[in-house]
Design a protein around this ligand. Structure first.
Ligand SMILES: CC(=O)c1csc(NC(=O)C2C[NH2+]C2)n1
Length: 130
């Protein structure tokens, strides 16, 4: 229905605006592209579902997300994967974990501050009705 498509278009616009801010934040450059598994040889043995900010953006543009919850499932993979792959106390692992926590905190702060629960409920209702 016309009205419903306007809601989904608004969601897409917001998710693109949110992802653009994350992708341009220099703290999150390590999360910008898929991990190069020819360089980081054991990555796919450790991480079952890779995700990165550019793939997230492409998914938004491809209308892959009809609710905020679907987007957050993929977005949370990015920082959770980084915590899993970098568990050690060496400075490099610690720096990536700090950036992973910053990505999580920043994303969820923007969402809580900018997206109403009513809007997300509308998206969920449209999804349930289809
Ligand atoms: C995106 C991500 O989580 C990532 C990219 S490289 C990396 N970790 C390392 O290169 C080593 C430091 N201890 C392993 N983690």
């Amino acid at each position: 229905e016309e009205q419903e498509d306007k809601v989904l278009q608004a969601l897409r616009l917001y998710l693109r605006h949110l992802t653009d801010r994350l992708v341009t934040d220099r703290r999150f450059q390590v999360f910008k592209r898929p991990v190069d598994t020819t360089e980081v040889m054991d990555y796919l043995q450790v991480i079952r579902s890779p995700m990165d900010l550019s793939t997230l953006q492409a998914n938004v543009d491809a209308n892959r997300y009809s609710t905020l919850a679907e987007f957050v499932l993929d977005a949370d993979l990015i920082w959770r994967n980084a915590l899993s792959y970098n568990p050690n106390i060496n400075p490099m692992d610690r720096r990536i974990r700090q950036r992973a926590h910053a990505l999580n905190d920043t994303m969820h702060f923007f969402i809580r501050d900018e997206l109403s629960e009513d809007f997300e409920r509308k998206c969920e209702d449209i999804k349930a009705s289809r």
